[in-house]
Design a binder for this molecule. Structure first.
Ligand code: NAD
Ligand code: WQD
Length: 346
């Protein structure tokens, strides 16, 4: 059985689905602070079977001990965490407590229970402002400009030290680039609380009329069209990378770092134009000043994951945007409402 922390969230719910479809038993631990149980009901609908769900907090050591004692857990996929960059600047203690202290509590409980296999959700944000592109795993980590990024780097360092201290640990640090997209059924996807911070969720909400206009942050970057370039990766490709990493943890110990990206960067304007083609109309946009803390460009060298995990991203930009749009159209208010359009009609 695999314990999936944060399994009701955006990436976690797609991972739970992939694990169920691969035949694993799954236990989800999530405090639902940024998600809803509806995501797991939808996962069950697609998979035809359920993950077990416990509403609880990764910072609750007694609960973790009880779960590891009660269920035959052999490995943990650890998605639970807080991820809003701006919020982390306003409330750094909450971010360090959840993302760093929460990860430490989880590892302490795992070690006491004799479970040493862990897949951790890290982020390309740990590279900071890297000078050369594409970014390889051996590029030095930078100085993330916000507490969220710092918390991911700190958690990585804790996990590296842990793996070096005790050879029983087998840990995968997966550095995600920019996950977007949704399962092709349109039943699960990203459902941000409040006003979205990220580009694609914001574009989707403009397209369904929940936001009036997209602000393009900066048109004077040293890039091909002046707007920021990122390596967007389909969430289903991303979670397939997790299953490959999990397999690999069975065969080796120590700590390994893998980039999960496509190796291809797109600018904000390219994203907007491609999305407009999919929805068949233009999107209201305006150019505004750069967003503080943003970097000009960032894309992965994903060749290490290809050679060591036999994993690469298969879905291109069109699939990422079309799948995101299907999710948004079927669920204009996210998980709050019943599905607006039956899957067959989309
Ligand atoms: P998400 O907010 O949708 O999912 C995180 C889940 O963790 C939520 O369901 C939330 O309720 C749960 N959670 C938060 N604190 C918890 C706690 N203390 N105890 C139990 N559950 C808790 O976010 P996501 O996009 O699915 O991200 C998953 C992981 O991937 C996070 O660790 C995030 O930092 C990391 N990551 C995300 C991105 C991205 O762009 N989405 C990029 C890089 C890394
Ligand atoms: C992408 C591009 C913006 C919104 C963030 C976190 C990172 C990681 C992924 C978790 C940039 C531009 C955005 C908008 C815009 N999360 N943009 N208008 O900043 O690459 O990464 O999410 O680990 O840590 O920092 O993603 O989607 O916010 O921005 O023009 O309304 O879109 O300037 O060039 P980012 P993003």
């Amino acid at each position: 059985m695999i314990l999936v922390t944060g399994g009701a969230g955006y990436i976690g719910s797609h991972a739970v689905l992939a694990l169920l479809q691969a035949g694993h038993e799954v236990l989800v631990l999530d405090n639902l602070c940024n998600s809803s149980r509806a995501s797991l009901d939808r996962v069950a609908l697609i998979a035809g079977r359920k993950a077990r769900f416990i509403k609880g907090d990764i910072r609750n050591r007694a609960l973790l001990d009880e779960l590891f004692q009660r269920w035959p857990i052999t490995a943990v996929m650890h998605f639970a965490g807080l991820k809003a960059v701006g919020e982390s600047v306003r409330d750094p203690l909450r971010y360090y407590e959840t993302n760093v202290a929460g990860s430490i509590t989880l590892c302490q409980s795992m070690a006491d229970a004799g479970i040493f296999r862990l897949v951790f959700s890290s982020s390309a944000t740990v590279y900071g402002e890297s000078v050369s592109m594409p970014i390889r795993e051996d590029c030095p980590t930078g100085i993330p400009t916000n507490p969220y990024g710092q918390s991911k780097l700190m958690a990585e360092n804790v996990l590296k030290a842990l793996a070096h201290s005790d050879p029983r640990w087998s840990i995968a640090l997966l550095r995600y680039f920019n996950p977007i997209g949704a399962h092709e059924s349109g039943l699960i996807g990203e459902d941000p609380n409040g006003v979205p911070n990220n580009l694609l969720p914001y574009m989707l909400q403009v397209a369904v009329g929940r936001q009036s206009q997209l602000s393009i942050y900066g048109n004077d970057y040293p890039t091909r069209d002046g707007t920021g370039i990122r390596d967007y990766i389909h969430v289903v490709d991303l979670v397939e990378g997790h299953l490959c990493a999990l397999e690999r943890l069975n065969q080796s110990t120590g700590v390994s770092v893998w980039n999960l990206g496509t190796g291809q960067g797109y600018s904000v304007l390219e994203m907007v134009r491609s999305f407009e083609q999919i929805i068949g109309r233009s999107l209201p946009v305006r150019s505004v000043a750069r967003r503080p803390g943003d970097i000009a460009q960032c894309w992965a060298d994903p060749s290490k994951a290809l050679s060591e995990l036999q994993w690469s991203a298969k879905r291109g930009l069109h699939a990422m945007l079309a799948d995101s749009w299907r999710w948004q159209k079927m669920n204009p208010q996210g998980y709050q409402a019943e599905i607006a359009v039956a899957p067959a009609e989309v």
